[in-house]
Design a protein around this ligand. Structure first.
Ligand SMILES: [Mg+2]
Length: 369
């Protein structure tokens, strides 16, 4: 039977850095703008599990993290490195499956054929061991018949664990978990579930989709089916990586177009380099501004055919940014706090080449190690 192995690298950016600085293993490490570089309005990108014990987490303001964990070692983010390592991970995973779908820079879903729970668990252990020994990257792995249940299992496996959900046991596995454990259920949806009297996935399974749809919209049907272990939309299962983005918070709010354009072009170039390393093409480009008053505006555009390289991304991002900026000039004229550039509708650029050229000869494959 066919399984999905959902691989999620633990504290990915930190792990990429520890490969080069093994003396820091076991210490609180934070990837983000170092506080000694001066007061910053940036955020934590990733924190080691030792730093998390102090309450540090990703997306937290760097200043707050520095207060919570004064002994942490800070490392400046190196996105080019993270993209390069993601490419190494993809080539490693391709040794185990001809069908690897990268879902974010540190997550991928693998299709694996195996006859039993024991057999698929053994494959998951091999993948985990190969990531640790060949690439020095700790990973958590969830295994199930569908991608979404495998993803939920992965979250339960963190850090560095393996959780297998046998077919037929999905509903029992999910029942005690909070609805927040479902990918795509954020604080807002969680609130709506609470208002409807649903806090666990088990409670969700007992409800009728039509009753919940009034509050929760058409997704209610999908969630109830998932909660009952009834499988999911095959299209969702097949879909590839969703997006990559990069953002920059300016040291002080910016009101000059030249400065904004320079930042957008630089970020687009950075993002394109990362995609190049990951061997991904993109079909849609988006730009978002967070204004000084913390409200947000965004705009995105499809490029038609999938593009690769820096030029189309940079041109589209600069154009979108200019449109947003012009619209603002005719109205409220707020300065900008944070800029984000995003690439969406990603597809593997050289999946064929990866599987043919980079496949190791049989004598050094995983079986021989
Ligand atoms: Mg991760």
């Amino acid at each position: 039977m066919r399984w999905t192995l959902y691989v999620d690298l633990d504290a990915y950016y930190v792990s990429c850095e520890l490969r080069e600085r093994p003396e820091l293993v076991g210490r609180p490490v934070i990837v983000g703008p170092p506080p000694e570089a001066g007061p910053s309005r940036g955020v934590v990108l990733s924190a080691s599990y030792e730093a998390r014990k102090f309450g540090v987490h990703s997306a937290q303001p760097a200043m707050q993290a520095a207060r919570l964990c004064p002994t942490a070692v800070w490392i400046r983010p190196d996105h080019e490195k993270y993209g390069r390592v993601a490419g190494e991970v993809r080539r490693l995973l391709a040794r185990f499956s001809g069908h690897v779908v990268p879902l974010s820079i540190d997550e991928a879903a693998l299709s694996i054929d195996a006859e039993s729970v024991e057999a698929v668990r053994a494959v998951a252990e091999q993948v985990q061991t190969a990531l640790r020994t060949d690439l020095a990257l700790p990973a958590s792995i969830g295994v199930a018949a569908t991608r979404v249940v495998a993803k939920i299992a992965t979250d339960r496996a963190k850090p560095a664990g393996i959780v297998v959900v046998p077919p037929g046991e999905e509903a029992a596995f999910l029942a005690p978990l909070p609805v927040r454990a479902i990918p795509g259920v954020g604080p807002k949806t969680d609130e709506l579930f609470r208002a409807a009297g649903v806090t666990t996935i088990g409670e969700l399974a007992a409800r009728r989709a039509t009753d919940l749809a009034r509050r929760l919209g058409p997704s209610a049907k999908y969630w109830v089916r998932l909660a009952r272990g009834e499988g999911t939309d095959p299209e969702e299962e097949e879909s590839g990586p969703r997006s990559r983005s990069t953002d920059r918070t300016f040291p002080a709010d910016v009101a000059r177009w030249e400065e904004i354009e320079g930042a957008v072009r630089e970020m687009a170039e950075d993002l394109a380099r990362g995609l190049e390393k990951e061997e991904l093409r993109y079909g849609t480009v988006g730009v978002a501004f967070r204004w000084a008053d913390f409200t947000r505006s965004q705009r995105s555009r499809s490029l038609g055919a999938a593009a690769e390289g820096g030029a189309p991304l940079e041109a589209a991002a600069a154009r979108l940014a200019h449109e947003l900026w012009e619209a603002e000039l005719s109205g409220r004229r707020r300065p900008i706090r944070t800029v984000s550039v995003r690439a969406e509708r990603l597809s593997a650029r050289t999946l064929r080449q990866v599987s043919l050229d980079d496949f190791p000869p049989p004598d050094v494959g995983p079986e021989a190690q």
